[in-house]
Design a protein around this ligand. Structure first.
Ligand SMILES: Cc1ncc(C[n+]2csc(CCOP(=O)(O)OP(=O)(O)O)c2C)c(N)n1
Length: 313
């Protein structure tokens, strides 16, 4: 969670100072959702995420140097600098797709899970999306088909209470996202998305169900995003009282306090981890800033397959 926050802070500072230009959707405030879900997944399990995906990329284990390089469009990136922040793909860590099309990740996750079911590879696929995405047709189609076919999928709604500038209740008929699971006869679970352990426990139960062939689960993790929809959004449409009460539940200081008080982790050990993280993030950022952009000739490579798996022409 601290690595996510640290990366987010650094991207923010670099953008504010004009040193980098990105399409950037901050996950600040949503760190506990990704940390909890990924703690319940195996490294070999799959994750599909969205444009607001930095927290998922880090929690699933995408190496920081390749992640930073891809965000900055540099040669050492996960997609050789040709995907950018909205298209992070790193199959080695199970981060399969990052998509900018709202709701599109859910049917893609079904595809991965269908292959796992057919090939019996024992994988579960998790897919992240926002509350707004639950009003898109693809959400309903994907839940229905995953339920009918009992696919090993964990649908994770990061409910940050806003879809772009639209507050939850202004665009969503259900009182809670989790209620929508009933329409498809699957479990719908609502958890405190600022509590990484609550998220981990709920996700772990769903993962066990998925692996056992019992089908998908809809998990709604209720959280907040502190830096607006995207870089440049001043959040003027957010009621200051809602913002202030969300800030009181900021998962980063809250979990730090729990580590000290509830788990007896010494302050020096926490500070040591934070220092290590700061150094790793600084190194990844500096490495990416110093790396070259891909040469123009790269425009024409990796675009079309020249052969198909299995040797077909
Ligand atoms: C199909 C589609 N429609 C509209 C958009 C424009 N758009 C980008 S993000 C967004 C809001 C989505 O909100 P939500 O699903 O709650 O996710 P959040 O951004 O809060 O993480 C919209 C409407 C898009 N990218 N794709």
């Amino acid at each position: 969670m601290f690595t996510i926050k640290e990366c987010d802070d650094r991207f923010w500072t670099l953008m504010q100072s004009g040193q980098i230009v990105l399409n950037y959707y901050s996950p600040r405030g949503q760190e506990a959702v990704s940390a909890g879900v990924c703690a319940a997944l195996r490294p070999s399990d799959y994750l599909v995420t969205t444009y607001r995906g930095l927290h998922d990329h880090i929690a699933k284990g995408v190496p920081l140097d390749a992640l930073w390089a891809e965000f900055l469009g540099r040669v050492g990136g996960t997609c050789k600098g040709k995907g950018g922040p909205m298209h992070i793909t790193h199959p080695e860590s199970g981060l399969m797709v990052t998509t900018g099309v709202v709701g599109s990740g859910l049917p893609i996750a079904n595809g991965f899970a269908l292959w796992s079911q057919i090939s019996e590879d024992d994988r579960v696929t998790a897919v992240s999306f926002g509350d707004g995405a639950t009003n898109i047709g693809a959400f309903h189609e994907a839940l229905n088909l995953a339920a009918v076919w009992k696919l090993p999928v964990l649908f994770v709604c990061h409910n940050n209470l806003f879809a772009e500038h639209t507050a939850y209740a202004a665009g969503t008929s259900a009182e809670h996202v989790a209620d929508r699971a009933a329409a498809y006869g699957i479990p719908g679970v609502r958890v405190d998305g600022n509590d990484p352990l609550a998220v981990r426990d709920a996700a772990a139960e769903a993962v066990v169900r998925g692996r056992a062939g019992e089908g998908p689960t809809l998990l709604e993790a209720v959280t907040f995003r502190f830096r607006g929809h995207q870089f440049g959004d001043d959040g003027a449409y957010i009621d200051p009282a809602i913002f202030a009460s969300a800030q009181e539940r900021d998962p980063i200081p809250a979990f730090r306090s729990r580590l000290l008080a509830e788990f007896g982790m010494p302050e020096s050990e926490i500070a040591g981890v934070e220092d290590e993280v700061r150094t790793a993030v600084r190194d990844a950022a500096e490495g990416a800033l110093a790396a070259p952009e891909p040469p123009a000739v790269e425009l024409h490579t990796d675009v079309l397959a020249t052969s198909l798996p299995g040797g077909a022409a």
